[in-house]
Design a protein around this ligand. Structure first.
Ligand code: PGA
Length: 238
């Protein structure tokens, strides 16, 4: 049976003090998680050390991006081995915001994922169609191409895919459970039944259980609702 994996994505939010406050507050809370559910947060790189020093539970640390290169003259970049040395296990790659604002292509996403796996990190590879593509009924075509090119040559047992329709991210417009299920089922049909597939896009404590009950949805990548302690706990608790 596939495990469940719930990862918060803080994006460019929280400075050092706010990161400390979140971790101090969550350390005082009592909550129970399912033993088969992996959970964690994709933290801005500059706060990963603070996060790793203060975290007191099973929370995994993820980064929000990595370099496709191992080391060298790449000003501003952060490598897989640097992240690993701070206890990072997952790395979000090809988030739609990086595809849109940093012009990342399926090819770059693939190179980053290859580099992550080579250095022992688990890539969470994001795919998803825009509103126009959704309205033009091109979702499967677009997602199929992203999957084919971004996952090229990767060992599917070493990655996670996050299906995030761009029109549902940060808009409060979650895809219907049926629609999210249909696309995640489609992704399983063109990859492997073993692949872990998250849904992302306006997930919160009230809709996560129904989403995770869908047979092809194995977890969630959550932005807004992962920023506050109580709402993060509502995502990961049993
Ligand atoms: P959201 O973001 O939960 O705020 O919609 C999801 C994401 O971008 O991963």
């Amino acid at each position: 049976m596939r495990k469940k994996i719930i990862i918060g994505n803080w994006k460019m939010n929280k400075d050092k003090k706010e990161t400390e406050n979140f971790l101090n507050e969550i350390s005082k809370k009592k909550f129970e998680t399912d033993k088969d559910t992996i959970y964690g947060i994709a933290v801005p790189s500059i706060n990963i050390e603070t996060f790793s020093l203060l975290k007191t539970n099973e929370m995994k640390i993820s980064s929000q991006d990595i370099s496709q290169f191992d080391s060298g003259a790449y000003t501003g970049e952060i490598s897989s081995s640097m992240l690993k040395s701070f206890g990072v296990t997952y790395v979000v790659i090809g988030h739609s915001e990086r595809r849109a604002y940093h012009f990342e292509t399926n090819k770059t996403v693939n190179l980053k994922a290859v580099n992550a796996i080579k250095n022992g990190l688990v890539p969470i590879i994001c795919v998803g169609e825009t509103l126009d593509e959704y309205e033009n009924k091109q979702s499967k075509e677009v997602v199929g191409k992203q999957i084919k090119e971004s996952l090229k040559g990767l060992d599917l047992s070493k990655i996670v895919v996050a299906y995030e329709p761009v029109w549902a991210i940060g808009t409060g417009k979650t895809a219907t459970f049926e629609y999210a299920q249909e696309i995640c089922e489609f992704i399983h049909s063109i990859t492997s039944k073993e692949l872990l597939i998250q849904y992302g896009g306006s997930v919160n404590g009230s809709n996560i259980k129904d989403l995770l009950n869908q047979p092809d949805i194995d977890g969630a990548l959550v932005g807004g609702a992962s920023l506050e302690v109580d709402s993060f706990i509502s995502l990961i608790s049993k």
